[in-house]
Design a protein around this ligand. Structure first.
Ligand code: SF4
Ligand code: SF4
Length: 79
C-alpha cells in the first residue's frame, strides 16, 4: 500500500496561514500562522495526503512524501 503525507519545509514558509485554513482535517497547526512557533509540523496522523495544502502554498513550503508499505501480507501457510 502506498501512503502520502505532507511535510513542511519551514525555511520556505512565510507563515501566511493559507494552508492552515485549507486543510480539511486540521492537520496543519495554527501555530504556523505568523511563525508563533518555529517548530511547526504537520500532524502525520491527521494528514490524509490530499494535497490541498500544496496547491494552496505559493512558496513551495509543503511537499508530499510518498512511502510504500513494505510489510508483506501472508497469503497462506503450509504446515
Ligand atoms: S495533504 Fe491534505 S490533509 Fe495533509 S496537511 Fe495537506 S491539506 Fe491537510
Ligand atoms: S501556505 Fe505555505 S507559506 Fe503559507 S503558511 Fe502554509 S506552508 Fe507557509
Amino acid at each position: 500500500m502506498t501512503t502520502a503525507k505532507a511535510k513542511l519545509i519551514l525555511a520556505n514558509c512565510i507563515g501566511c496561514g493559507a494552508c492552515v485554513e485549507k486543510c480539511p482535517t486540521n492537520a496543519i497547526p495554527e501555530s504556523l500562522v505568523g511563525y508563533i512557533s518555529g517548530l511547526a509540523e504537520i500532524d502525520e496522523v491527521k494528514c490524509t495526503g490530499c494535497g490541498e495544502c500544496i496547491q494552496t502554498c505559493s512558496h513551495e513550503a509543503i511537499i508530499l512524501e510518498i512511502s510504500r508499505d513494505t510489510v508483506k501480507k501472508v497469503d497462506y501457510i503450509i504446515e
